[in-house]
Design a protein around this ligand. Structure first.
Ligand code: GRG
Length: 296
């Protein structure tokens, strides 16, 4: 696991530097929007999605100078989703990553605009020649992210999540679909984009996709477990909200022990999809385990 920690830190630093360059502060009157965008993106975070993207891309010998841009784009889009999710109209959270949420630090209108700015910035980066020399690859990166994040992906999942607050009963299959859309699709994108950038064969791509689907679900189960057993300081946000709102989660449906077992089974299943890469995929195996053991 030490290797994993080092590798995660190395990639987080690389991505941090890229993010600072990509969202620079202009000396113009609208500087405040860039400040809010930087605040949303540069305030910590595990940088899990960038780690997955760059580590998968390395399996195909993609140069880090290219994959770091795609990874930054994905992290920027992820940050937008958190900014909007925290708004009073959605989850109404005051804390994120242990700091005031963007609408608390600035104001609601600025937080909405910062989210909009981040969302569009992600596509600006992906469509730029500097991200990949092949226009077909850039187009695929853009199209796949639009599908993963939009009304057939994360946004659909968020809609289901809002509707779920009004439903008293949800089945395991319904919760699974909701979470696969809300959090799973972006995690899958991370792995898939690495493979797309590296021109992976269809079968290799499908193995990574299957790995990503399983760790995405395991990630969400771990999140539900943290909501019940986690430490607010370590997690950096208010916990226990799902229970307070009577929302169905993997823990409420399965119970704590079964939820832990399911996450464990998913990680094992995920890792079996990495056999084709042999030893080279050790970091992906380690990060799958980390996902369910994390404290934040
Ligand atoms: C507003 C369109 C829209 C979507 C929001 C992702 C999301 C959809 C909401 C976040 C709500 C939430 C807390 C989901 C649980 C899983 C999750 C995405 C946690 C945050 O991701 P991490 O743990 O965060 O990777 P860091 O801070 O490490 O980047």
């Amino acid at each position: 696991m030490n290797n994993l920690k080092e590798a995660m830190n190395e990639i987080a630093e690389m991505v941090e530097a890229e993010l600072k360059e990509l969202i620079f502060l202009p000396e113009t009157p609208e500087r405040k929007i860039k400040e809010a965008m930087r605040y949303a993106v540069l305030n910590g975070g595990k940088r899990l999605r960038p780690f997955l993207l760059i580590t998968c891309a390395r399996l195909f010998n993609v140069d880090d100078s290219l994959s770091v841009r795609a990874a930054a784009a994905l992290e920027i889009l992820h940050s937008y989703s958190l900014v909007h999710d925290d708004l009073p109209a959605m989850d109404n959270d005051d804390l994120r990553r242990g700091l005031p949420t963007v609408h608390k630090k600035y104001d609601e209108a600025t937080a909405i605009l910062a989210g909009d700015g981040l969302l569009t910035k992600a596509f600006e980066i992906l469509s730029d020649k500097k991200t990949h020399p092949d226009a077909n690859v850039r187009c695929r990166l853009v199209n796949d992210l639009a599908l993963a994040a939009g009304g057939r992906g994360m946004v659909a999942g968020q809609m289901l999540d809002l509707l779920a607050a009004e439903l008293s009963e949800m089945t395991l299959a319904e919760i699974t679909r909701l979470q696969q859309l809300k959090t799973g699709r972006l995690i899958s994108y991370a792995c898939e984009a690495g493979a797309v950038m590296g021109g992976a064969s269809r079968s290799t791509f499908m193995h990574l996709k299957a790995y990503a689907r399983d760790i995405g679900l395991a990630f969400q189960i771990a999140d539900d477990i943290l909501d019940v057993t986690g430490d607010e300081k370590a997690v950096g946000k208010a916990l226990g909200k799902d229970k307070d709102h009577g929302k169905a989660t993997f823990v409420s449906l399965l119970g704590l022990e079964e939820a832990k077992q399911k996450a464990q089974d998913l990680v094992e299943q995920a890792c079996s999809n990495l056999d084709i890469f042999g030893e080279r995929a050790y970091l992906l195996r380690d990060v799958a385990k980390y996902i369910i053991e994390r404290k934040s």
